[in-house]
Design a protein around this ligand. Structure first.
Ligand SMILES: C[S@@+](CC[C@H](N)C(=O)[O-])C[C@H]1O[C@@H](n2cnc3c(N)ncnc32)[C@H](O)[C@@H]1O
Length: 289
């Protein structure tokens, strides 16, 4: 693989992930649990049955890769951060089928039409230009077999206002947080609030739709992962109680595709296939979607 030109944004991203905190993120608190459970649920709606090959591109330390391997999938994991690849390899269960390596989502070392599904749950958070994001989406489409689903996650444009400011009151710790909101919501770019803080890119729902289509993919669905439920102050207690948990999850599902509410969560998840593969006759029989 030819090395990709680096840029300021990716350098800042590396500094952030080298702190090593990503490994615990999805297991850290109710908001992480909600993101993980909902993402799994949405992915399972479209995933062909095991032992299909699933590529987890930008898979981080491997939370989804381990889950998929546990279900019997053959997982191909790629991430730009060597630390994340090392963390996945250390945690890999004996016998788990995970092929893991450092690679850039914009230019993968994987053959065309070689996998049965692609998870792209992270690279779009960090690619600063539309050209690079469309390149990563097109690369996901390239490695996907005919009819294979591509799942592409994005951070919602208003996530910082809703999550960091309204829910977590992080302005108490970082007084400059609120002044960062206007430029972020205008440009989509999350700039550092303090040295080493998260940097990235946030999407409006229409922008994610347009990028998916510009990559030559056909958009099957666009949903809000968490919906407004992540704002609940008593979310940990609600998720711990089976009756309350059902209401929370049913409410998120009922609202997940309401156009007016797509921007009211922290993550968006697009499910797509190659535009020239949308003809159901081309979809492999083993695919459920
Ligand atoms: C927030 S983490 C998400 C990890 C995991 N997919 C999840 O959802 O828990 C974003 C991941 O994307 C990776 N990433 C960012 N840009 C990338 C790129 N151009 N190619 C491959 N991985 C990339 C980062 O290294 C990081 O591990």
């Amino acid at each position: 693989m030819a090395p990709m030109p680096d840029d300021q944004n990716l350098t800042a991203m590396r500094a952030y992930y080298e702190r090593g905190e990503e490994e615990a993120r999805l297991a850290d608190g109710a908001a992480g649990e909600l993101e993980f459970e909902r993402t799994k649920e949405i992915v399972l709606r479209h995933l062909p049955p095991p032992p299909a090959v699933v590529a987890d591109i930008g898979g981080g330390p491997g939370r989804y890769a381990h889950w998929l391997a546990g279900l019997g999938y053959q997982v191909v994991h790629r991430d730009l951060m060597p630390l994340h690849v090392a963390q996945l390899q250390q945690a890999r269960a004996a016998g788990a089928r995970i092929d893991s390596a450092v690679a850039d989502a914009r230019q993968l070392d994987l053959a065309s039409a070689s996998v049965d599904a692609v998870l792209l749950l992270g690279p779009l958070y960090h690619l600063d230009t539309r050209r690079d994001r469309v390149a990563a989406l097109a690369e996901a489409g390239r490695i996907a077999c005919p009819g294979a689903p591509v799942f592409a996650a994005a951070i919602n444009r208003w996530a910082m206002r809703l999550d960091d400011v309204l829910r977590r009151r992080r302005y108490q710790e970082f007084p400059n947080l609120e002044t960062a909101l206007a430029p972020l919501e205008r440009t989509g770019r999350i700039t550092p609030i303090y040295p080493g803080s998260f940097v990235g890119y946030t999407h409006r729902p229409d922008e994610l739709r347009a990028e998916v289509r510009a990559a030559g993919l056909h958009l099957n669905s666009l949903v809000s992962v968490e919906g407004p439920a992540f704002l609940l102050g008593d979310l940990p207690a609600r998720l711990a109680d089976p009756a309350d948990r059902r209401v929370v999850m049913d409410t998120i599902r009922a609202l997940e595709q309401v156009p007016e509410l797509l921007g009211a969560g922290t993550h968006l998840l697009a499910t797509a296939v190659h535009a020239d593969q949308e003809n159901p006759e081309n979809v492999p029989a083993r695919s459920r979607s």
